[in-house]
Write a protein that binds this ligand. Sequence first.
Ligand code: HEC
Length: 191
Amino acid sequence: MLPRTLLGFCLCAGLAVGAWGCQPQEGGEAMEEEGEEMMEEEGGEMMGQVEMPDTTGAALWSHLESVDYRANWELWPGKGELYQGQEPHGALLTTYLNSEAHEALTGMAGSMPAGAIIVKENYMPDSTLAATTVMYKVDGYDPDNNNWFWLKRLADGTIEVEGRGTGCISCHSAQADNDYIYTGSLGGGGM
Ligand code: HEC
């Protein structure tokens, strides 16, 4: 934090020659926020700043591959690999959270922040992967439905659902008080 803030200050001070100094300038604030995000990501994932993907299935999937979520993300707390799931997702599930999602869940934040990603792998009873379903929170993407981008990708790579998945929403909206999430409480009183 300190080095970034100093850098922000120096840049800001440099830019502000002849102006009123640094106080309420937007540039300085934005710089600091960016610094904080970087720290969180480094602390949580040890991999520096990661660009968030666009709202297409292909972009989201390639993001998941490039961050290697299986190796680097947390499992849903209290759930191991291949735990028993319900309809419609599959007999056995493994669910991963990126650092934003993990922090919100463990901190009982009530809802997920923009940038949160939940990846759930859906396996058949014999442990063969059938599909991967993903929820990705994007600021302003779908305000009527808590701004989730939905993805369902079959094991063979076919993208079956991407975007404002109406089928996904129709069922998950029963959990609207818990930010559309079923697996556990976010602490907002919705579950
Ligand atoms: C008929 C209801 C239903 C539909 C339709 C549905 N889900 Fe789910 N979803 C669930 C339930 C129930 C869980 C909790 C996991 C479990 O026990 O099976 C869940 C869990 C999840 C999770 C883990 C986070 C959470 O909410 O707990 C993701 C990610 C997810 N679903 C994505 C999707 C996507 C993407 C679609 C559409 C392609 C979809 N779901 C359609 C019922 C549904």
